[in-house]
Design a protein around this ligand. Structure first.
Ligand code: ZN
Length: 459
């Protein structure tokens, strides 16, 4: 893309989510190539050359694109199952089905997950994929291909499991990899796909699944591998009381102490959930700058509890938002998580002081960029950063009478996306995907869900 090709967006409210939470009631954003060139109040500067497009965004709020920090794309084809279970019972119910996935299923499921997020304003997606049945094909390659085709920025967290029932873990023996197999495949995935450049569209993290599905050695050696390769680390942590109990029984300590003992606290680490954290756990995360992917809907769906997000933020822990896999959050939308994060945290100890609308928007944008290690590139609208941004339509019945645009976006109904740009390239227009056929994806994901259900029944 020519570096000086410009897109001018004007007459819109803007929430930059910069360090000062700068907002403009009516302002402009100028995109040049794949970067933001200027953001400010009033009209764009006069005399700009090479303007390819000028958008009158009256009635809109422009924000940084949403950043999703925890997901499992393959679960798109196992939605609506085990709907009244807690985490451990839900996992045990679903592992046998998940162990039968193959490359076409994973590709279609990735398309479904990505499509749902992209049309709702997600510009950076991530997939924590940890089920690699023997002979199932190139699952990582299929997921990355789906993300490229959708046009979103993407982090693949290459997951793994090697602690099955015979070793005291939760997954069945046939659903796991060996320690060496997992490490070798993870290293190969990083070497093949990870791009460390400023405007990278694909990055890879090392991501053993959880304390109850992974050996201590895989955590230890996974951390060493990631640091040798210069990539980030991701896992599930402190999700439920049952996990806490599991860690105390097997390792003689709670999850956070266990992670610390295996090299898993650090500014290059982010963990999903972190619901059951005491004061010293939160202090350890703050001291080490370990990040958190807060997944409020999934935590509610699986009755896991309310994460202490206000305490984490007060302590200086980086926090982003995650939808989590769609087998525990059937909606798979991140913009509704802004509202859910705010509302659910107000049910916790801090009540009305828990989170406000600006903080919720920050979790879904800059906070997400922080935990993915990309805060200098994305997550706020500032000159020099990558042009990942969303135009939310707020002048219709659903939002027009709400007092201010950020409040409308967070407290109101899910807002329609008039346009979404990633790396300066438009991926959504008038709530429809530009580079994928939503209706075709709906049909093909349903077909793959039915195929998986048939294979799973056959056993
Ligand atoms: Zn998860």
């Amino acid at each position: 893309m020519a570096a000086d090709r410009r897109i001018v967006i004007e007459n819109c409210a803007i929430a930059t989510v910069d360090a000062n939470d700068t907002e403009h009631a009516s302002g402009h954003v100028v995109v040049a190539g794949n970067r933001i060139e200027s953001v400010g109040a009033g009209r764009a500067p006069e005399g700009l050359e090479n303007v390819a497009r000028r958008i009158d965004a009256s009635g809109h709020l422009v924000t940084p694109g949403l950043v999703n920090t925890h997901h499992h794309f393959y679960q798109w084809i196992t939605r609506g199952l085990a709907t009244d279970h807690n985490l451990f019972n839900w996992l045990v119910a679903l592992y046998p089905t998940w162990a039968r996935i193959d490359e076409p299923m994973v590709y279609q499921a990735a398309q479904g997950s990505l499509a749902m997020m992209a049309r709702g304003g997600v510009t950076t997606a991530m997939d924590h994929h940890y089920v690699f049945p023997r002979g199932s094909g190139d699952l990582s390659g299929a997921i990355i291909r789906a993300a490229r085709e959708m046009g979103v920025r993407f982090t693949l967290a290459r997951g793994s499991m090697d602690r099955s029932e015979k070793d005291g873990g939760l997954p069945p023996d046939f659903a796991v990899e060996t320690l060496d197999g997992a490490l070798t495949a993870t290293e190969a995935t990083v070497k093949e796909h990870h791009d460390a450049s400023f405007d990278a569209m694909t990055q890879v993290a090392v991501a053993p699944c959880s304390p109850f599905s992974v050996s201590t050695e895989l955590l230890r050696q996974g951390a060493e591998l990631a640091r040798r390769l210069g990539v980030r680390l991701h896992t599930h942590g402190s999700e439920t009381v049952e996990e806490e109990q599991f860690c105390k029984e097997l390792f003689g300590m709670g999850p956070t102490d266990y992670f610390e003992s295996t090299g898993w606290l650090g500014e290059d680490v982010w963990m999903a959930h972190c619901v059951h954290m005491n004061d010293s756990d939160i202090a350890a995360f703050a001291r080490t700058k370990t990040g958190v992917a807060h997944c409020p809907s999934s935590n509610a769906r699986l009755a896991a509890g309310i994460a202490r997000v206000p305490d984490m933020l007060a302590a200086g822990v980086p926090v982003g938002l995650g939808v989590d896999g769609t087998a525990s959050n059937e909606s798979g939308e991140l913009h509704t998580e802004l509202r859910n994060a705010l509302l659910i945290n107000r049910l916790g100890a801090h009540r009305e002081a828990a989170l406000n609308a600006r903080q919720a928007l920050r979790l879904g944008t800059y906070g997400g960029a922080q935990v993915l290690g990309r805060a200098s590139e994305i997550g706020s609208l500032e000159p020099g950063k990558l042009a990942d941004l969303v135009l939310w339509k707020l002048d219709t019945l659903a939002h027009a009478s709400i007092a201010d645009p950020v409040t409308a976006l967070v407290f109101g109904a899910a807002a329609p996306v008039t346009a979404s740009f990633v790396n300066g390239r438009q991926i959504v227009e008038d709530n429809r995907l530009l580079h994928a056929d939503e209706d075709a994806i709906a049909r093909s994901t349903r077909a793959e869900a039915q195929r998986l259900a048939r294979i799973a029944v056959q056993g």
